[in-house]
Write a protein that binds this ligand. Structure first.
Ligand code: NAD
Ligand code: IPM
Ligand code: MN
Length: 364
């Protein structure tokens, strides 16, 4: 029996709804396998901030470092600035644990009619640089309240930072359809982007020496946004800087149906620190507390976590269970259905028992 210790930070808004939903699904699926997860909940987030003035305790990172993985819901609340909430919890976890890869799959799901025309199945993974770039800590607000007021941000791209994320993306592309797209903006006056292009090309040359099928396309991000809408099936792995990858991943998930379905894995190969699994969406204050949030992003993130913990069959089983619910027409409102979170989870739990044996038979 494998066991793993998971830090749970449900956080704010719909994080409080989709997290328990996903934990029930993950527990139900692991019961079929030789694995048990030991969940340890942390009540960190905006309520904790209201009580203590901080989003997590001073030794919060140290506490998280003792776990095998972190399962996070969402952070952010309308009455506290994001510069307090996100900058005090989510961003420090990604940074301190050097989770430099933010892996964000997006693909066609059964029974869903994409908002846009989709002639062919969509199956892409966005590999977002997650530690540096436009999200650097260098910058600030100056001369507040005066005529001279200004905000300045220095985007920091390092050879090490670009190389490691490009290598991860190229290696991933080799295991898929061999097509890597790099999001760039080297035509604008953005000094960092010609450097990004150069380093990515160098890494891809190295990887392609052993895998000649690997191809690289540099696509300007404005044109890439349009191409994602018009021909989303054309993309396999997309590597992008922190900010560009953030924007492209909401776009990619919306193209497949809703940002409520998108999962993500914040990884730090070679795994010196815990990785973090969380939906791409935020705390959705506009629907929080109504029981209507789509739990797929959180459940699918749970599947990415199982895969990461060395349980690919349990992960595939869980994905098959929520896909079957969709195929049966059980959908939350963001997908045009009428189901609430609870109804969707009930369908997933029933499918975990019914799709399990089929999946085992296929794999034998
Ligand atoms: P959001 O992702 O929370 O919501 C955008 C829209 O998508 C809303 O209309 C919402 O109702 C809908 N939506 C999102 N998830 C859904 C789900 N699971 N089911 C159904 N509908 C869903 O983005 P926002 O409104 O821009 O941000 C709200 C707060 O969340 C802000 O404070 C923001 O900074 C924060 N945020 C946090 C994270 C995170 O914790 N990882 C990610 C993004 C945004
Ligand atoms: C995401 C979010 C975060 C980001 C915000 C909330 C800081 O949008 O995970 O995509 O920009 O990384
Ligand atoms: Mn985002």
């Amino acid at each position: 029996m494998t066991s793993a210790s998971i830090a749970v930070v449900a956080g704010d808004g719909i994080g409080q709804e989709v997290m328990p939903a996903a934990i029930r699904c993950v527990d139900a699926v692991t019961a079929h396998y030789d694995v048990s997860l030991d969940w340890r909940e942390y009540d960190w987030g905006s309520d904790f901030y209201r009580r203590t003035g901080a989003m997590m305790p001073v030794d919060g990172i140290d506490q998280l470092s003792k776990h095998d993985a972190i399962f996070l819901g969402a952070v952010g609340t309308p009455d506290i600035p994001d510069t307090e909430t996100l900058w005090g919890l989510l961003i420090p976890i990604r940074r301190e644990f050097q989770q430099y890869v933010n892996l964000r799959p997006a693909r066609t799901l059964p029974g869903l009619t994409p908002v846009l025309r989709a002639d062919q199945p969509i199956d892409m993974v966005i590999v977002r640089e997650n530690n540096e770039g436009e999200y650097s800590e260098i910058g600030g607000r100056y001369a507040r309240g005066t005529e001279a007021e200004a905000a300045i941000q220095e985007a920091v791209f390092t050879r090490t930072g670009i190389t490691r994320v490009a290598r991860f993306a190229a290696d991933l592309a080799v295991t898929r359809r061999g097509s890597l797209t790099s999001a760039t903006k080297s035509n604008g006056i953005v000094h960092t982007m010609p450097f990004w292009d150069e380093v990515v090309a160098g890494v891809v040359d190295e990887v392609a020496a052993d895998h000649p099928g690997l191809t690289l396309r540099n696509v300007l991000v404005d044109a890439l946004a349009a191409a994602l809408v018009l021909r989303p099936w054309d993309f396999d792995v997309i590597v992008a800087s922190n900010l560009l990858g953030d924007i492209l991943s909401d776009l990619a998930s919306a193209i497949t149906g809703s940002i409520g379905v998108a999962p993500s894995a914040n990884l730090n190969p070679p795994r010196r620190y815990p990785s973090m699994f969380e939906p791409v969406h935020g705390s959705a204050p506009d629907i929080a507390g109504q029981g209507i949030a789509n739990p797929i992003g959180q459940i699918w993130s749970g599947a990415l976590m199982l895969d990461h913990l060395g349980q690919p069959r349990a992960a595939a089983h869980l994905v098959a269970a929520f896909e079957q619910a969709l195929a049966d027409g059980v959908r939350t409102r963001d997908l045009g259905g009428t189901a609430g979170t609870e109804e969707f989870v009930t369908a997933v739990l029933a499918n975990i028992d019914s799709v399990g044996p089929t999946l085992d038979a296929q794999q034998e």
